[in-house]
Design a protein around this ligand. Structure first.
Ligand SMILES: C[S@@+](CC[C@H](N)C(=O)[O-])C[C@H]1O[C@@H](n2cnc3c(N)ncnc32)[C@H](O)[C@@H]1O
Length: 325
């Protein structure tokens, strides 16, 4: 007799809250940025589905030390972090991407009350949240497609809230923006809330520049994705081969700056507009600010957090800051 086929397990539901649509659109931001005297595009628009996939590839590159260093730190310290969070904590992740580092914390947290990933990359967020829900049965997963710098309310949850902002993503913000963002999240996390931030440290410029300009050209493809996205979504005709990629350490500003540089004078169309480029004209696409250990702790204090612990690796490449609201 034939045995009945096993019933496929029901796909666990993810609550999906879409707030990004009410935020500034790619079209508005791109056209405004290209109309400036110093052309620039906000880096959050790098992350469409292809941008998120390219970022995942960057994380595996030999030059890109942040991912592996932060992962090692998290594995070594997850027990202490989970003890500080206590039982039933709700984990809220800013810029959650593929939610990979998240698992290190979820594996150690004591009966976590909820996982709430916040990311602008809609499709990628949906898929990553579904994988977490499938792998952690019984965990409430609420995905928020939103700009983490925009004002919004978190869904109600029991227990302490712990914000998790890994990947040195905070480095994409200026120091003033980082302080304002931490201040807003201190309020949003509520009294007793914790915030765990991954912060890349200042170091030898050659190592920093290599991390953002890898030999395989993946970071170049990631940065050029902003023009590919304009071609696809805004009926653009940028010729990606006529832009060079440049990643430079700026010691005064304490950041790596990523630009696209026009090779030859040219014009390109997007969103029904025509943009002219002089030979060598730049589009500023992304910054990655680097900190000293004490410098970041002082910034977090200025945002109203107290520093509960800070962890770094032997080579002092990367740091994790555990902050308390
Ligand atoms: C540098 S990646 C880090 C990904 C992952 N957290 C990690 O550590 O590997 C930045 C992530 O933040 C998201 N992101 C960038 N700017 C954002 C914004 N303003 N609001 C929400 N998400 C944002 C991107 O879509 C991307 O998934």
């Amino acid at each position: 007799m034939l045995k009945p086929a096993p019933r496929p397990a029901a796909t666990p539901a993810v609550e999906f809250i879409d707030l990004a649509a009410r935020d500034e659109s790619f079209e508005e931001a791109f056209l405004a940025g290209m109309s400036r005297r110093d052309k620039a595009v906000p880096c959050r628009f790098l992350y469409d589905a292809r941008g998120s996939a390219l970022f995942d590839e960057i994380c595996t590159l030999p030059e890109y030390y942040p991912t592996r260093t932060e992962t090692r730190l998290l594995k070594a310290r997850a027990g202490e972090i989970a003890a500080a969070a206590g039982p039933h904590a709700a984990l809220v992740e800013l810029g959650s991407g593929s939610s990979v580092k998240t698992r290190i914390l979820l594996d150690r947290l004591d009966r976590p009350g909820a996982y709430m990933p916040v990311d602008v990359s809609r499709q990628h967020l949906r898929a990553a949240a579904a994988r977490i829900a499938a792998d952690y049965p019984g965990l409430r997963v609420v995905a928020l497609c939103a700009d983490y710098a925009a004002p919004f309310d978190l869904p109600h949850t029991e227990g302490r809230r712990i914000g998790f902002f890994p990947g040195s993503t905070i480095g994409n913000l200026s120091r003033a923006e980082a302080k304002a963002l931490l201040g807003a999240w201190r309020v949003r996390l509520g009294p007793g809330g914790l915030m765990l931030v991954g912060v890349d440290l200042k170091k030898n410029p050659a190592m920093l520049e290599a991390a953002y300009d890898d030999a395989a050209g993946v970071t170049e493809a990631f940065i050029k994705n902003i023009l590919a996205r304009a071609n696809a979504e805004l009926r653009g005709d940028f010729d990606l081969a006529r832009f060079d990629y440049e990643a430079r350490w700026n010691p005064e500003a304490g950041r790596v700056e990523m630009h696209l540089v026009a090779r030859g004078a040219q014009r390109a169309r997007a969103g029904g507009r025509v943009f002219s480029f002089a030979d060598g004209e730049r589009i500023h696409v992304e910054n990655s600010h680097k900190y000293g250990l004490e410098e970041f702790a002082a910034l977090a204090r200025a945002a109203g957090f107290s520093s509960k612990a800070r962890y770094t690796d032997e080579g002092r490449l990367f740091s994790l800051h555990l902050l308390e609201a």
